[in-house]
Unconditional design. Structure first.
Lengths: 267, 267, 267, 267
């Protein structure tokens, strides 16, 4: 039996501003990466997003980013490791309190935007973030980019004392080396819903994906990243989930995937 | 044997900006109210302030305020109860994660500035804040203003499921009714170090204080609020502590005072 | 011949966040109140909104608010007159530089949200704001609420050295005394497009409006405030403008209305 | 007769936070680079700093930085040219309004911190900033780093339609190529007051400076950058000015230096 998680960024609204169709997409996903107030999100949004996750049995995760609301956390910022460590601790703690308030456990931490992109190419930064997470709560799972660096990232995160899962992007093209094709290149994002659902299935069922040059690439992913910001995006997520389930893939929160794997190991 | 706590606002620096002589005052106090990043403080400051408290055996507390760095949280803001609840949860969670990182328990929550002042006159707001704290962690203590409303505040906070302590201000004049004389009035703040130390002793030893009209006022305080923003202020705190200890008052963190009281009740 | 201005809040987006259908509504209005970065708006949004106004022959105005992005400037804040003065100078200067960059003159200043509401009931605040505006540029026009206090407000603003225009709200109910019915009361906001257009016409053509008790109220307005945040709102604005023009009301920016009035006086 | 300007960063306080001894240093300098609210400064601070400059006959300048109060604008941020252009326009406009309010002209613009450092190595960024300044006010002067790139920077800034002045740092070591020795290297900052004053004199009197390897370097500077954040720094500035004046260097605001140069050209 095959298992996969579907994760989606949520809770990105701020004050009077709305981003994301959280209520529409929540029923199709199993893990939510919730903005923590630095690049998006605010205390009111955090509360209702954590509650939404709780009500839908979706794993609630922190989505910490750079302190740059104006840039939505997408811009790289020249921060020291100490700054990053403390930014992650702060944001993880903030959302964790809302999980306490709603009676659920915080499930995971996935860096956002510029921080995620910087970490995907920087082992030292992965280590900094993993240690920050471990200092807050050893039960938290860290989400890293599947592909080229996965083996090394696993080592670093597990050494820090927490579990790791790897995510893949069904709507993104991959190089034959297993890295994401830069968004600045044509074909980097795949828009055809059928193609995306098929790629999701290949990732979940085979642990493989077709790279941009047509070669087949091994890509072991525990969770698939999807988007929920437009009605079309929500349809696409529904389609992915239906396709997975129609092909006997069980879609569950990443914490269950970790448990299942640990169960297997224990046998 | 008499016990009292001495609490002081700390961790109010921000980025390149410094407020407070935290390192100098820490050895003279027993509880620190640490800014949480809304009206003051930032992740780096939080980390080092929580560590400073830990290293000095000082109880670490959250000092949540309005989201108004420009006004240092002193300005009243028209917020809904839901907003205040979630602002308190957010800030309490943020600092609590730094306590996790430093291996100590968060001890208490004391509202800051405009929020404190609004709460001191508003039972509904006390209830909102107490419930927010309880939702994060039932072991937290809430600090309220001693005096006129103490009995009612105790009821509200304990009903919310957490412990309460009351604080008095040795350097502030009191009305005969047991409220603070407004800072806008002459004589509202007492600057003479000997007078302040003597008032602190009277509060700690007798549970009384001389009001502005010369009458004696009953004022049951568990903790005395002091300041650490100037060298003179630090001297004043040292003097208060020495005076208390020279008069057989034991100065301990508020959590111990709660324990001692509960121990007495249990007997 | 009758003249009226139609003003609308614009430029309220921020970073990745969008509020308002500025491009859709711009062709139906004659004056734009543009957020200046405190409660909404940012440098990128300011630039493109000022340009949009310029390209459409719409008078560009500053819409200064409280420094409270989280509350969208709607919450009352306890600020000193000096603070308000300097907040208005700062924001007016910021947008004025974008007008310089786009080669147009800044036309007017209209306080936003909580600041507007506080000023509508406070002559001292009107004076503070008017003086702040005058200190930046004597050619600027200040927008005040038409009705009960208009005569007194005119005196104050003109004494400060600048021109004043008064605005009415075609979609809001009025008390017989000429104040806005509080939004918390039923019937405070009028949603029927035909009724709103008719009220706009009565305001523009007769300088009168039917109050909530059915009595007729004199309400001299130079400009009508409309909204552009939803497709329905944009339709409503188009309908207002068409109704006005079909009834021989000429819709022009408020600066022209001032000029026309001054021309009349000069004759 | 020789002329030089002395410029100093000012107005870097924020809300309850103080940085800089502005009142002490103001009498020793001739141009003030005033923070505009993005990396430091706020509307209250801007008002009193512009007034302080005005009262002391000191040229008031904008000191625009990245929108990063937490990092004091020192961290590099990945911004687009459009973003930088609009950040500069916004901040320049904000301070210009305070100059209007105080009845003086804004004299110059000097980028701050990370933005300055990025611009010092990037012609394209110099052009972006120069054009932004020119769009606000053609009478403004842009301050650039003297040395290696000065000739090219002059070309770019003058092509944008505004005047340029070059600044040197008497307390910083220079490479033989005329660039600043990185602060991370030993000896990068010179602390000896006599040495700093002597270097200032050599810069002002000879247009030369001794590089770190002992070689003499031509360095044509119109303005010397000094600091005013500590009592020692203020003493150092006083000493620099006295040394310059004792050696017949006339210390004047940079606008006068531009005028004097243009006068010479005109002859």
């Amino acid at each position: 039996m095959k298992y996969i998680d579907i994760n989606c960024d949520m809770g990105e609204s701020f004050g009077a501003y709305t981003i994301g169709m959280d209520k529409e997409v929540i029923s199709h996903i199993t893990s939510a990466n919730i903005a923590c107030g630095f690049h998006a999100g605010d205390p009111m949004v955090l509360r209702r997003t954590v509650r939404l996750a709780s009500e839908n049995g979706v794993g609630a995760g922190a989505h910490p980013g750079f302190p740059d609301l104006l840039g939505f956390g997408r811009r790289k910022m020249e921060c020291t490791p100490d700054e990053i460590e403390n930014y992650v601790i702060y944001q993880t703690g903030a959302i964790r309190a809302f999980c306490n308030a709603e009676g659920i456990a915080l499930q995971h931490v996935k860096p956002h935007g510029g921080l995620y992109n910087m970490a995907a190419e920087n082992e030292k930064l992965i280590e900094t973030i993993a240690k920050a997470i471990a200092r807050v709560d050893r039960n938290l799972i860290m989400v890293c980019l599947a592909g080229q660096n996965a083996r090394r990232f696993r080592e670093i995160v597990e050494n820090a004392g927490i579990q790791v899962v790897f995510e893949a992007f069904p709507d993104r093209a991959y190089t034959p080396e297993g890295t994401l094709v830069s968004r600045s290149k044509p074909g980097a994002v795949i828009y055809d819903p059928e193609a995306v659902a098929e790629r999701a299935l290949m990732m979940a069922a085979k642990g493989m994906i077709e790279a941009e040059d047509g070669s087949m690439l091994t890509l072991e992913a525990d969770t698939l990243c999807v988007h929920g910001d437009t009605p079309d995006a929500v349809d696409l997520v529904r389609n992915i989930r239906e396709t997975l389930e129609a092909n006997d893939i069980t879609v569950v929160p990443m914490a269950e995937i970790i448990s299942l794997k640990q169960g297997k190991k224990a046998l």
